[in-house]
Write a protein that binds this ligand. Structure first.
Ligand code: MHO
Length: 266
């Protein structure tokens, strides 16, 4: 916010000076147009602010990792992971089957799944596994609640022997909690993760146009890679921890009261 108001103030001074003494050469005209747009066009102003990069974008020298899980409807699965500290990005897609380029309406043998990009210094694969187990019913056969079918089966996708080992251990632990039914979760090597169609990405957040607007109506590609959007997607599904739900709620209320600034962090 400070950065924004500072740049607006600076642009304001610049335009004043321009109008007094500097001839309007094409580059200056451009500057003036940008400044005027930011003063007079509410929407324009928001568009400019959108271009401020997401703090999570890039992470050039901090290698992140990805983990893929299937645990029922991917709308909910994405929201399960988005609010965790250390989760950088989330995306939904299809994996576990053989059909090339699956689509929502013709998944065949694939399962709906979530890809979680995380910073291993902040959250471990083990912790992600704990969240996986505690966020669905791994003993329901081919489904979660009313969502029944192959596409809703429970799978841990692994991409290395260490992940496979941790996944197998965690499954044993889960099974040992009760022997009266079988944990149905499969552990599979991840072949290909196919991104789902845009309308399924950050689905829960997209049901809340007000929050999208407060974020500056980011274009789809920015929304998909934004860690803020991942978090707010969980918030929209009420899957952040209660104190975070409250905190975000208060922040949103505050922004609405003041009509300012954009929701850029929580
Ligand atoms: N029963 C869910 C399924 C959604 S899904 C992404 C629903 O319609 O809400 O498969």
């Amino acid at each position: 916010m400070e950065e924004l108001s500072r740049s607006r103030a600076l642009s304001g001074n610049h335009s004043t000076r321009l109008s007094r003494s500097v001839p309007l050469s094409p580059p200056n005209l451009l500057t003036l147009a940008v400044v005027l747009a930011s003063f007079f066009g509410g929407a324009q102003c928001i568009r400019l602010a959108n271009r401020i990069p997401d703090p999570a974008a890039g992470f050039p020298d901090q290698p992140s990792r990805t983990a893929v899980f299937a645990l029922g409807s991917f709308w909910r699965s994405e929201a399960v992971f988005g609010c965790l500290d250390g989760v950088v990005r989330t995306a939904v897609g299809y994996a576990g089957g053989s059909k090339p380029n699956p689509e929502y309406r013709s998944l065949r043998d694939h399962a709906e799944c979530v890809q979680v990009e995380y910073d291993p210094r902040l959250i471990s694969y083990r912790q992600l596994l704990d969240v996986f187990w505690s966020s669905h019913d791994s003993r329901q056969v081919l489904g979660q609640g009313p969502d029944v079918g192959n596409q809703y089966r429970s799978i841990i996708f692994t991409n290395g022997t260490e992940e496979s080992r941790l996944a197998a251990l965690s499954k044993e632990r889960e099974q040992s909690k009760s022997k009266s039914s079988v944990v149905t979760t499969q552990i599979q090597h991840l072949e290909t993760f196919y991104h789902a169609e845009p309308e399924h990405q950050k689905f829960e957040l997209k049901q809340k146009p007000l929050i999208l607007q407060l974020m500056g109506n980011l274009p789809e590609d920015e929304l998909q890679k934004s860690s803020l959007a991942a978090k707010l997607n969980s918030f929209a599904a009420e899957l952040c921890p209660p104190h975070i739900q409250k905190q975000i709620d208060a922040k949103i209320g505050d922004i609405i009261r003041k009509s300012w600034p954009l929701l850029r962090n929580v």
